[in-house]
Design a protein around this ligand. Structure first.
Ligand code: OOG
Ligand code: NI
Length: 458
């Protein structure tokens, strides 16, 4: 049972996210430069767009903005996924969503570990996009057997981390000292290794099958491969990157630029090759990259269907994978197709395209108990007694994620897999079901509606 001496899982996650960021900054100097650029742009945007600043103040996002990060790891076995699920649970993170990337030529399926309640997200919105390699997609049976053997031999968690996971599960939590110890031990799983567990030739064979397979199988652990800050204006950061010696990918993934951002826009830049000692020779490997993202309103199933439809239409018309050569045309096609998506919050709300949060206004509080106080939520909104703000999207997008994977693996890594998606196998490996993200947004929206009615009409 949890007891008073236990640190809240949200505080452990906050501490872990900070420790991860410090480790990554030490390991990847460009990350520090990117963080500075994002902080500059965010400060400028808040200065020049008072209405956005007001909105973020209302929702509380302004306080979490500068510690908002997501990372990504790639795992090799079902057992690794099951244990990472238990490790993240100690920090109040649960698997949300199922993403199948095989249709896009990346042999993994994934989930995102994150906090699920708006209060917990407020303390720390740290998320980790976690992929599991689909070894069954390695066609060559000897190579598949080799990969399986190599993965079976490794242990990606420290004995200390395993013991503390067990203890947290049995006792219902960790006290402050154990929590600090847990953070140190858990961090080891995500560390970069300069040595590989295979020979240079074995690495090459794995890499020839797919660069991602080599990245998972040839190393001791699932190094964190990027850590992404949240910007309030991704186009400004993208434009300023070359001035800081950073070359971004040609195309920003996700929806086009809009007045009212929806879902998620992302861009990334390639990391340099890093020296690796194979068991028999020196060589190099590149896995770690940089990424930034801009988050917008979460869409309802209806809004998401419209997003997918417009994105697919633009891509079909482009007739190719977006790249440097067709980037300008892609942007133009996206803007053109997305004209069909209303670009103001009132219309999005009226048409049921997005989720929102409802907040009592001072005017509403002042009118409390008066005979003329409106009696329904819609009437309260119309009278200015309740304000409506967009509910931010906390998740990922499969087409965007595939684009990020591809641009960092190189176009040559594009493969074609006919395998069907397999959520059941993923969840079996995970040891539980993934949570439907749409349900979480609907619940947060409903809680905010109920709170307004309680405060004004109860
Ligand atoms: C994960 C790529 C996906 C995102 O933000 O969509 C991702 C990976 O490369 O392991 O991080
Ligand atoms: Ni990412």
């Amino acid at each position: 049972m949890p007891n008073a001496a236990h640190v809240s899982p949200d505080e452990i996650r906050k501490g872990f996210s900070k420790a991860m960021s410090d480790m990554y900054r030490d390991e990847v100097p460009l990350y520090g430069a990117l963080m500075e650029l994002v902080a500059e742009v965010n400060a400028r945007v808040l200065d020049t767009e008072p209405s956005l600043a007001h909105q973020l103040q209302r929702t509380g996002e302004i306080q979490r903005l500068d510690r908002e990060r997501h990372g990504a790891i790639r795992l090799g076995t079902a057992a690794e996924l099951a244990t990472i699920n238990r490790l993240f649970a100690v920090m109040g993170m649960q698997p949300v969503g199922y993403y199948d990337l095989t249709p896009a030529g990346v042999p993994v399926h994934s989930t995102a570990f994150r906090a699920v309640h708006e209060h917990a997200l407020q303390t720390s919105p740290f998320r980790v996009f976690t992929s599991l390699l689909r070894l069954e997609l390695i066609e060559n049976p000897e190579l598949r057997a080799f990969a399986e053997t190599a993965l079976a031999k490794r242990s990606i968690f420290t004995p200390g981390a395993l013991a503390l996971i067990e203890q947290a599960q049995n006792d219902g939590g960790l006290d402050a000292e154990d929590a600090a110890h847990f953070i140190r031990e858990a961090l080891e799983t995500f560390r970069w290794h300069h040595t590989a567990t295979v020979t240079a030739a074995q690495y090459q064979q794995l890499s020839d099958q797919h660069r991602l397979i080599a990245d998972v199988v040839a190393f001791k652990g699932p190094h964190i491969n990027h850590l992404t800050p949240r910007t309030l204006d991704i186009d400004q950061v993208q434009a300023a990157m070359p001035g800081k010696g950073i070359t971004p990918k040609a195309v920003i993934e996700g929806p086009p630029r809009r007045q009212c951002p929806i879902l998620l826009r992302q861009t990334s830049f390639k990391a340099l090759d890093e020296a690796i000692a194979f068991t028999d020779a020196q060589g190099s490997h590149s896995a770690r990259f940089g990424e930034i993202e801009q988050r917008g309103v979460a869409l309802t199933p209806k809004g998401r269907a419209l997003y997918d439809q417009l994105l697919n239409a633009a891509r079909d018309e482009l007739g190719a994978f977006p790249n440097e050569g067709n980037a300008a045309r892609y942007t133009q096609l996206m803007e053109q197709h997305f004209q069909a998506f209303p670009d103001n919050h009132t219309q999005m709300r009226e048409q049921g395209l997005a989720y929102f949060r409802y907040f009592v206004t001072p005017k509403g509080l002042a009118a409390r108990g008066h005979a003329e106080q409106p009696r329904t939520l819609e009437a309260l909104v119309a009278a200015g007694h309740v304000d409506v703000e967009p509910l931010v999207y906390e998740d990922f997008l499969p087409v965007s994620a595939a684009g990020i994977f591809q641009s960092n693996l190189g176009d040559a890594a594009q493969s074609h897999y006919a395998a069907p998606s397999n959520q059941a196998a993923f969840e079996q490996a995970l040891g539980r079901q993934t949570i439907d993200e749409l349900k979480l947004y609907a619940e947060t929206q409903q809680r905010s509606m109920d709170a307004c009615l309680d405060a004004l009409l109860a």
